[in-house]
Design a protein around this ligand. Sequence first.
Ligand code: NIG
Ligand code: FE
Length: 414
Amino acid sequence: MKVDLIIKNIGELVFFEEVHDKPELKTVNHAAVAVQGEIIAEAGEEQDVLKKVEINSETVIIDAEGKTVIPGFVDPHTHLVYTGCRHNELQLRLHGKSYLEILKAGGGIIQTVKATRSADEDELLNLAKKRLDIMVSYGTTTVEIKSGYGLSTESELKILRVIEKLKNISPVDIIPTFLGAHAIPPEFRGAREEYVNLILNEMLEEAKKYSVFCDVFLDEGAFTYEEAKRILTKAKELGYKLKLHADELSNSGGAKLAGELGAVSADHLDYPDEEGLYKMGKSGTVAVLLPGTGFFLKSPQKPPVGLMRKLGIPIALATDHNPGSSPLYSQALSMTFGVFNYGLTPEEALMAVTLNAAKAIDMHDKVGNIKKGLQADLLILDAHSYIHLIYEVGHNLVETVIKKGKVIKSKQNS
Ligand code: NIG
Ligand code: FE
């Protein structure tokens, strides 16, 4: 079998294998990965891989110099399209105001909505591209991006069109999510029912053309359980897959609703109750934890990771990149926070930013692992073990990024 690309001399190759129906992290030393077009053709011990593949003068050969190769990072929860920054809020919070107090006083998300509404598509596209390029430099090869800073039909569609354009100019796989139910916009203050009806009767249908998922911010200060249920039920009928910002600031029944509606993921989950988690476990809903947000908001509450493990809920990690609660780009940093603040093991943390993150956006048949037949999305790390991602806090170890078999960041251009 002829191959287009081969990575040789891998010191530690990291991937996941099903053992008794549960994925386990495995490592192989002295390994190689062979790629045909966009797809992984072979991966494993170098001597075995070399026996199975044919290398000719056109095959690109990368010498990994004994370093570590892992799957490309998947970031399953971001709000990447916005303009304006909110460092003023950081100051307020450092002086004791809470995120919720700022939100309820008309700050927070609404400040970004005002700025984003007045920006044109090109400006938003340039800003989002710049942010995505930073993420790629940190090893993200697949990303979910939400709308939610428009909150009118026209400006939500503007954001979704920007996400669509971003898909055309970036090598990264982008999964778009409609989040019209992110906050009640200022012109509907005191008339929240009307805004919910606008989402139900107009936005959902128009946004469908651009979106795979529908998400709702169900929490104190945002949307209620009943409102979220109405919106997500209609979204499901229209063919959206479902996500939920659930139990971030208080226990609002988010985990329960996500489980009952069969959402693909429920995100945040700082305050879920046992019943809700039990329902998520039954429906196979992935828990997307956002430890960068917990860190940045100095949240006293941590997700009940032990119970999630016990109930067999897959745990993913995401940056939640947004200008208010988590200006984070790096999934390696999500891993570090996940381990030190939420008690994940290093194995769980790596699985959470690759395999389980891919499950959280229903992309695990294509990305999130190094396995024959999956997309060749690979990272070469300047380290002899993936554990350095957690150990070398804040340092970017990602030396080479390969997306669909093509090098999109290399040592030379880093
Ligand atoms: O996921 N929780 C709701 N939305 C974002 C915050 C957005 C913002 O503050 O601008 C989040 O944390
Ligand atoms: Fe979010």
